[in-house]
Design a protein around this ligand. Structure first.
Ligand code: ISE
Length: 337
């Protein structure tokens, strides 16, 4: 079967990583075109990868040269390009979050349902990580009883430096846990709370760091997620599922142990790109394969919408410093598996 011709809008760091991944490591698809609000930069990226630069994302999405779309723009622009792809009837992969507000996500969901075709996949790549896949199998086996509590941590070395504000740990970082834990447990959330421990002296200005988000699921499972943006030691992702007859731990990446200077040292990854390359590769290979068959088989626009409803509740809980109830709408038949 011919290679899937992909157009990518948003040529920032993650966009370029995805171009390299698709064109150099994966099979069956090729990024043939790109677009970006910064046209000069877009042209330089196009030259570097030998692909076509378009004047606008909309023109690229409408072009016959492009069969499917990857959207890696800044979050506030996701909606306009996802909508353009839906209008063109093309399958679209949109990086997380689907859109910054539940209202915007709802508009996307409604447009997709009105089109009558499943077109949108959201880039929640942790669902494809072999470690989380193992946890899901163990939970679903029922061998250890029901999950009761989850203790999770999402620590960044410094998440790229300054510019992080107090709202971003929920909306930009812990949105990953919001999605992957809902998938892992197969349950929606009913309550969110966010508390602030003492702020680290390493936090950039305008950021309360660390933060702890508490979520409660429909069946009463309690989840705590620590977000520590300026942990200043590495990128560390932890997830412990406490069940009735055992605890299940997310595997650590298999880095070789080094003996040096009177110590045994096991290196820790520095950032998300080192920690989750396999998850991204599997995610995109599956997306290419499914797209060629005209199917979506990853996280849907509905999942993106549910994630954003939860993030909005957790943001309100953080800003107002009290627990907030979460009301998730009934899943429409269109999105039932
Ligand atoms: C970033 O946008 C990501 O998606 C990373 O996975 C996360 O660890 C980081 O905190 C975010 O800023």
């Amino acid at each position: 079967m011919a290679e899937l011709k992909i157009g990518l809008v948003g040529t920032g760091a993650i966009g370029r990583t995805h171009i390299e991944r698709i064109n150099n490591s994966l099979q069956g698809g090729r990024v043939v075109a790109c677009a970006d609000a910064n046209l000069d930069f877009c042209k330089s990226v196009a030259d570097k990868y030998g692909i076509q630069a378009f004047e606008s994302g909309e023109a690229m999405i409408a072009s016959d040269e492009v069969e499917a779309v990857v959207c890696t723009t800044a979050d506030p622009f996701h909606e306009q390009y996802v909508m353009a792809a839906i209008q063109a009837g093309k399958l679209v992969f949109c990086e997380k979050p689907l859109a910054p507000t539940p209202e915007a996500c709802k508009r996307i969901v409604e447009a997709e349902m009105a089109s009558g075709k499943h077109l949108v996949q959201v880039g929640f790549m942790r669902r494809f990580d072999p470690g989380y896949q193992q946890l899901k199998k163990l939970i679903d086996s029922g061998k250890y009883g029901s999950p009761l509590m989850l203790h999770c941590a999402h620590r960044n070395y410094d998440d790229g430096g300054v510019g992080f504000t107090t709202n971003m740990p929920v909306e930009n970082s812990m949105i990953h846990e919001i999605d992957v834990l809902r998938w892992l447990l197969g349950e929606n959330y009913v309550k969110a709370e966010v508390v602030f421990p003492r702020t680290s002296r390493n936090a950039c200005e305008g950021l309360k760091d660390p933060q702890i988000m508490y979520l409660t699921t429909e069946s009463g499972i309690r989840i705590d997620v620590e977000s520590f943006i300026f942990s200043h030691y590495g990128y560390d992702i932890k997830c412990e599922v406490v069940c009735e007859e055992g605890t299940l731990n997310l595997p650590e990446p298999a880095n070789a142990m080094i003996r040096t200077n009177d110590a045994r040292v096991t290196p820790i990854c520095h950032d998300w790109s080192e920690r989750f390359p396999e998850a991204y590769n599997i995610e995109f290979q599956q997306w290419i394969n499914a797209t060629k068959e005209g199917r979506v088989d990853g996280p849907t626009a509905w999942d993106g919408y549910m994630g954003q409803i939860t993030a909005a509740a957790a943001s309100k809980a953080r800003d107002e410093q009290h627990p907030v109830d979460i009301h998730m709408p009934e899943i429409p038949d269109f999105y039932k598996k």
